[in-house]
Design a binder for this molecule. Sequence first.
Ligand code: PGA
Ligand code: ZN
Length: 418
Amino acid sequence: MSKILKIRARQVFDSRGNPTIEAEVYSKNQSASAICPSGASTGTYEAFEKRDKNNKRYLGKSVFNAIDVINTKISKKLKGINIHDQIRIDTILINLDGTRQKTNLGANAILAVSMAAKKLSAKIKKTPLFKTFLVKNNFSLPYPLMNIINGGAHANNGLRIQEFMIRPDKAKNFSEAMRICFLVISSLRKLIKKKKLSTSVGDEGGFAPMIDSNEKALDLIVSAIKAAGFKNGKDVSICLDVAANELFKSKKYSIHSKKLVSVDQTINKYLKIINKYKIKSIEDPFAENDWTSWSNLMKSTKNVQIVGDDLYVTNLERLKKGFLNNSSNSILIKLNQIGTVSETLEVIKFAQIIGYKTIISHRSGDSEDTFIADLAVGTNSNQIKTGSLARSERVAKYNQLLRIEEQLGKKVKMNKIH
Ligand code: PGA
Ligand code: ZN
């Protein structure tokens, strides 16, 4: 048994340049660290992100109080605990906090410690991190959901839908998936240049050109897929994250244009673009409390992946409600929405039992930490959403998946998405 000796935390920065927490867990001879990510279009039911709120310091965004909690209370409580007993570690953290949304210690403090403990356990066992989660053999790689055009809260271009993604369905292995995405992104860059639009990128690495309509962005992507030599809807599929919480007001939505319209009109338009652009996946098509609209969309679509992100916030109770309501057929998984590794694994296990696809996700404010790449493989998750092939904090996760693929050897397959 290896015991936790102490925990130390420091303030570092995320990919948007905002302060965040890095926690380092020590045993007698070794240590491991982890960095907590941070979202921009967060759901109301997410676990609480603790910031100092002192406007004279880092515009209120510093995390020194949460760091203090780690260095004192958390470190003291976890000292002497078996590093390999993740459930015990996480239970102690949950109980020490004692609130539903981790408002006391802060989910950012708790998660940084939880992830660092998991990494240290793997390091001490000399086991690759991906082998320490749910899957013990017959590993498979997830399909990347690459966010190639950024809009919504992740850019300032006026695009209503937050994320326009591609999924390389044709790929037989992960390296091939990367090659296909690289080719589509390269041809998209050329097309955007040709239109004399900016090829600069948004928070998740996708292009953020000044385009004023969803359909113009979709047309561009269809052309890019074609120009790269692939067939839209077959070799490469278009997937969306609407992040509809941001586009919801008085029971109406302004997703397809600036005008607020009824749910029925919104669904009709969804059906039209699904058909026209062969869209295979839509995340957060409606707001987090609008359960009826979710199930109505499920009833009106076939073979479309409907993904709950802000709807579920990686929370078992909300997932159970969604299951009973027939709200979706997939769930997005974000560690910091719930706050510990163990609770995240519980949600993934339940989702897979009820036949939901699990998609492991980054946050728009992320870091060089590649924990989620290992988590995706180690939980047999179908897909991973970690931005475009740009910005090192995004690319780092893809590079880690390439390393894992190499380690697993030629026989390793892609996960099944159909
Ligand atoms: P966030 O967005 O990390 O800014 O919350 C990502 C998403 O909505 O999937
Ligand atoms: Zn989302």
